[in-house]
Design a protein around this ligand. Structure first.
Ligand code: SF4
Ligand code: SF4
Length: 296
């Protein structure tokens, strides 16, 4: 199952963007001669909600799930962290593929639910309102396109439980789109902001500890009952993590700050930046000195 992508030569993605009303001819069912072919060669990115569903199903923490079942990757050229399914050791098949089909069917990821459709979200500059379009993925091995069933993409999404999956990952998609469209003017995110993004989006159990920590409480003014409700509910906490990231990455304030702590923190950040700039200038000067010596 290939990862949906922007069309390029030889790509299985049909280079036509279509709307939810578009009718596709497709059916996948046990007994079809290509059964499991798509799960034998995977490249599947996971949304934060996919991770949440899967770690809950397995009864492990998100930290353990990420370590055991995923590999991190960098999305496009924007430096934003993503995670993909780790295939079987030494191969490309999905670890959850069983002869009878998907071993985690009720909690299968968004990309598996969408196949052979690809969701392509777009947004206008400085807007959080994203617009969904779809592309069709046609791979030679997939015989589902030859089956005699016609269905709109809207109905296919319903059938595959995608409305819930897309709704609960929308905040993450919007963050990614916002970063992608802010482009080089903002530049590659710092290591710290990439780590924060990774934790808040994918590692909900670690993010819970972060929110519970005293340092978070000193900086953000969150009513205790609101905080308790968040800490007790993974889905609510995940949605809060998107709000938190919009605030710390893009300055869109929606969580009240403790004014004194915020001033203190700002002063510390400024001091740290000053030290880093001085060190960078010192290194440049030293390299310059070396260069002069070499030229001589
Ligand atoms: S999660 Fe299920 S549907 Fe998706 S690739 Fe693995 S076996 Fe196939
Ligand atoms: S019809 Fe397509 S999606 Fe279904 S098993 Fe075959 S290759 Fe996979």
């Amino acid at each position: 199952m290939s990862q949906p992508d922007i069309p390029f030569p030889n790509s299985p993605v049909v280079p036509n963007m279509v709307e939810a009303t578009h009718v596709i001819q497709f059916s996948c069912h046990k007994g079809i001669k290509c059964w499991n072919a798509c799960c034998s060669n995977i490249d599947i990115s996971l949304t934060p909600y996919d991770v949440l569903r899967l770690k809950t199903r397995m009864g492990i923490s998100s930290t353990e799930f990420l370590k055991e079942f995923t590999v991190p990757y960098e999305m496009e050229k924007d430096g934003i962290a993503g995670v993909k399914f780790r295939p079987v050791e030494g191969g490309s098949a999905c670890r959850f593929m069983k002869p009878e089909g998907c071993g985690i069917y009720e909690d299968r990821p968004t990309a598996c639910r969408y196949y052979p459709v690809a969701l392509v979200s777009m947004r206008k500059q400085d807007e959080y309102v994203d617009r969904d379009s779809y592309a069709l993925v046609k791979e030679d091995h997939c015989k589902g396109h030859e089956e005699n069933r016609r269905v709109t993409i809207a109905d296919y999404r319903k059938e595959q439980g995608l409305e819930e999956y897309d709704d609960l990952a929308r905040g993450w998609r919007q963050l990614v789109l916002k970063k992608q469209s802010s482009g080089p003017s903002i530049g590659k995110p710092t290591l710290r902001s990439r780590q924060l993004f990774f934790m808040a989006c994918y590692d909900v159990d670690r993010f819970r500890e972060f929110v519970r920590a005293e340092s978070f409480g000193r900086l953000f003014e969150l009513a205790q009952d609101e905080k308790d409700a968040l800490l007790a509910d993974d889905v609510a906490l995940l949605q809060f993590s998107f709000r938190f990231l919009r605030q710390v990455l893009f300055g869109e304030e929606s969580i009240a700050l403790n004014a004194e702590a915020a001033q203190e923190r700002l002063a510390k950040v400024k001091e740290k930046r000053l030290i880093e700039e001085r060190e960078a200038a010192k290194r440049t000067a030293e390299q310059g000195d070396d260069g002069t010596a070499d030229d001589d």
